[in-house]
Ligand binder design. Structure first.
Ligand code: PLP
Length: 396
């Protein structure tokens, strides 16, 4: 493979995003000239400390938080783990976690593992979703008990883009005196968030989903929320997360949040229009396709479409020939194709779950790129279906 990046059509922004040029420009001085440790006493280190303070304001500004509520971490996964472990350790007498069947592995695997601990037994309720990926609020209310230590529900789903009513869910949890955490890794920067007006106690976000680099995240901790650090060490982040801060990436995340806040309305209107053009084009030009996820309660950049009787992996390989990057709802592991747990929870039929493709756009996508996908994908699907014995049996 050549080391020269080819011209690509990148529509996998829920996996990761390009670093914005403005973000790169903001962070470079902190990789080169201003390398001081922000905890050091001399003036040179103050450049780093001041830059971090500014970034904290920029992050807080995007999500309607106070600067003291922002804790920098290494990624979204760390933020999720920290919030959940914190609640379990602060309330050792409680053994119950409420979450959903469609969480990202950052929450799902942790909950699965907590249930299978030897010695201590945690009990996990995983809320079922409807066929369109939305939640039944009565089921949620009924799941809360006096034993519940924390609720962890994602703000927006990474595969379908479906948005959950986490503000209302947090209010309900608060009425019961239960802590509420949301994995907002896919929501931050794509939809307006004002934490000051919510009862959410913890929120996880990740830099590389909003045009900052990989390896930087934030845990929002509501002022006064019971908390216990996960990484114990130095006094960084006011003792809430040990470890020397990743100053350059923190600066980058701050700038990315500032850009997202300034451009959200305009950019997302444009991105939504591109997404809708792509989605409508595919749904009308290709037979036997299904849209996965509620059409309205959805992130503006995401569409997840099933092409029946075709393997998602095969579609991706053919798209790759045209330098088009997307992702599929099944993961090919050791020769067996496992359909996504999200689509399975929604009850998407087997033949459709296997052929699902997620396109996730960003402000860097263009109409020409959408036109290119609309030109090549119908041909790819027709070609693959011609090779499929199942298609012959089911095409009418
Ligand atoms: N939560 C969601 C919903 C995600 O989509 C992701 C990344 O794909 C994560 C958590 C993990 O974030 P990170 O890669 O920063 O650990």
């Amino acid at each position: 493979m050549s080391t020269q990046a080819p011209e690509i059509i990148y529509m996998d922004n829920n996996a990761t995003t390009a670093i914005a040029p403005e973000v790169l420009e903001a962070m470079l001085p902190y990789l080169q000239e201003y390398y001081g440790n922000p905890s050091s006493m001399y003036d040179f280190a103050r450049y780093s400390a001041l830059a971090m303070a500014k970034a904290r304001e920029q992050v807080a500004g995007l999500i309607g938080a106070h600067v003291d509520e922002i804790v920098f971490t290494s990624c979204g996964t760390e933020s999720d783990s920290t919030a959940i472990f914190s609640a379990l350790r602060r309330f050792p007498e409680k053994n119950h976690i409420v979450t959903t069947r469609v969480e990202h592995p950052a929450v799902k695997t942790l909950c699965d593992n907590m249930e299978n601990l030897s010695g201590r037994k945690y009990h996990v309720t995983r809320l079922q979703v409807e066929a369109d990926g939305t939640l039944d609020m009565q089921q949620y209310r009924d799941s809360l008990t006096d034993d519940t230590a924390i609720v962890s529900v994602m703000w927006a789903n990474n595969e379908t883009g479906v948005i959950f009513p986490v503000e209302e869910m947090a209010r309900i949890a608060k009425e019961r005196g239960i802590l509420f955490h949301t994995d907002a890794v896919q929501a931050v920067g794509k939809i307006p968030i004002n934490l000051a007006e919510t009862a959410i106690d913890f929120l996880a976000l990740s830099g590389h989903k909003l045009h900052a680099p990989k390896g930087i995240g934030v845990l929002y901790i509501r002022k006064g929320a019971p908390y216990m650090p996960f990484l114990n060490g130095g006094h960084q982040e006011h003792g809430r997360r040990g470890g020397t801060e990743n100053v350059a990436s923190i600066v980058a995340l701050g700038r990315a949040c500032e850009l997202a806040a300034a451009n959200m309305e305009v950019e997302n209107t444009r991105v939504r229009a591109l997404r809708d053009k792509l989605e409508n084009g595919l749904l009308t030009s290709i037979p036997k396709v299904l849209l996965n996820g509620n059409k309205h309660m959805r992130l503006p950049n995401t569409t997840n479409i099933s092409f029946e009787y075709v393997e998602g992996e095969a579609i991706l390989l053919h798209l790759n020939r045209h330098h088009i990057c997307a992702s599929s709802g099944s993961a090919c592991t050791s020769g067996s194709l496992e359909p996504s747990h999200v689509l399975r929870a929604m009850g998407v039929p087997f033949t459709a779950a296997h052929g699902s493709i997620r396109f996730s756009l960003s402000p860097y996508n263009t109409e020409t790129e959408v036109d290119k996908v609309l030109e090549v994908l119908p041909e790819i699907i027709a070609e693959l279906r011609n090779l499929s014995p199942f298609w012959e049996e089911n095409s009418n």
